[in-house]
Design a binder for this molecule. Structure first.
Ligand code: ZN
Length: 149
């Protein structure tokens, strides 16, 4: 896979319903082309894309290290996507498949999945290992999320 093939995802605006294409890498916050509301930002990243998608992100990033065979991951991922919607414009959610991306797993010393890593400008803010119920995930993210002035 080429390092330059960052995917775009289609996201429906929570405010006006317009369909937007949201790139995996962008300056600032993705906004609805029609009404300007910040859009949910959820992308997949590989080892090769990680630096561009995560380390150089202008928004704080929540990395979800998961695998297709992991049952708890399948419970946590929808809750995280919902949170990413609630925190649109403040948080980018990046999903990394642990099986396919050993470099990311090594970097964050992932020994169990799901492992959630909250990063700000490439620095780890906090790490959460294992599944949590949605309300606990929300309070963890909200208490640790770096706020922009
Ligand atoms: Zn809109």
């Amino acid at each position: 896979m080429s390092e330059t093939t960052h995917q775009a995802t289609k996201v429906e605006c929570a405010n006006c319903g317009a369909k937007n294409r949201v790139p995996a890498v962008a300056e600032g916050v993705p906004r609805c082309g029609k009404c300007g509301t910040p859009l949910r930002w959820v992308v997949d990243a590989s080892d090769a894309e990680f630096e561009a998608v995560v380390d150089r992100s202008s928004l704080p990033v929540l990395v979800d290290v998961w695998a297709p065979w992991c049952g708890p991951c399948r419970m946590v991922s929808p809750a995280l996507e919902k949170l990413a919607g609630e925190l649109a414009g403040q948080l980018k959610l990046v999903k990394v498949n642990a099986d396919d991306n050993p470099d990311v797993s090594r970097r964050f010393e992932v020994q169990a999945i799901p492992t959630l890593v909250l990063l700000d400008q490439g620095e780890v803010v906090d790490k959460q290992i294992g599944a949590l119920p949605e309300h606990q995930l929300r309070s963890w993210v909200e208490s640790k999320l770096p706020r922009r002035p």
